[in-house]
Design a protein around this ligand. Structure first.
Ligand SMILES: Nc1nc2c(c(=O)[nH]1)N(C=O)[C@@H](CNc1ccc(C(=O)N[C@@H](CCC(=O)O)C(=O)O)cc1)CN2
Ligand SMILES: Nc1ncnc2c1ncn2[C@@H]1O[C@H](COP(=O)(O)OP(=O)(O)OP(=O)(O)O)[C@@H](O)[C@H]1O
Length: 179
């Protein structure tokens, strides 16, 4: 099987082609509609990432953004009510320290690539793996991967620390991973 680094490079190159953004918004909003009232973590898109902001704006409940707190540390999440963001490491943007920290119930997870089993590839920092591991220890959490169809890979090799996705949304619709 092709190694993760090679697959990541392939998926990131493919991602640049993007896909139907209106369809992506529609499917993500529909997938999140049953989760009104809970804390939703989105992300501030970078480079060619699929943009979750329409669905964050449509969410009927609190919305949070991730904060990088250190290299091998899980992400934290701060409530975001539309105010100004600060620049973080790796080109990220996050709410200021004055914003309350919250525990997300549903996370929109940015992806380099995904496969039909719900395995995911990010930028390789292990941030979402560490974060989902921690959150899953403290209660139920739904990890919704967001990507374009061009980011789908035949099979991603797994490591014991990988945290799978519960749902994958693309411009083609929502898929429940085959396990
Ligand atoms: N939009 C968005 N926000 C996010 C993430 C993400 O993937 N996307 N993260 C997901 O974990 C966390 C931030 N972690 C990140 C880790 C590495 C890179 C990254 O681009 N690394 C490049 C070097 C970037 C640079 O030097 O500018 C690399 O490793 O090649 C970005 C974000 C939290 N926020
Ligand atoms: N819970 C954890 N504890 C210790 N190390 C971890 C944990 N989760 C992931 N790692 C390590 O982080 C490294 C990066 O993982 P991986 O390649 O899966 O990143 P990724 O999923 O692409 O990145 P990200 O989660 O930031 O999007 C791996 O070497 C892995 O061993």
């Amino acid at each position: 099987m092709t190694d993760k680094a090679t697959l990541r490079a392939q998926a990131l190159t493919a991602r640049a082609a993007g896909g139907d953004r209106d369809a992506l918004d529609r499917h993500l909003i529909a997938a999140l509609a049953p989760h009104a009232g809970v804390v939703l973590a989105g992300y501030w898109p970078m480079r060619d990432e699929a943009d979750p902001r329409a669905a964050m704006a449509a969410h009927d409940g609190p919305v949070a953004l991730p904060v990088v707190t250190g290299a091998a540390r899980p992400l934290t999440f701060r409530l975001w009510q539309g105010g100004a963001l600060e620049r973080g490491p790796f080109g990220t943007s996050h709410p200021p320290e004055s914003a309350p920290e919250v525990r997300p119930d549903v996370l929109i997870v940015p992806l380099a690539g995904f496969d039909d089993r719900g395995n995911r590839l990010g930028y390789g920092g292990g941030f979402y793996d560490r974060t989902l591991e921690l959150l899953r220890k403290s209660g139920p959490v739904l990890a919704v991967g967001l990507a374009f169809e061009v980011q789908r890979l035949p099979a991603i090799p797994t490591e014991p620390t990988d945290q799978p996705l519960d749902l994958i949304v693309t411009e083609g619709g929502a898929r429940t991973p085959l396990r």
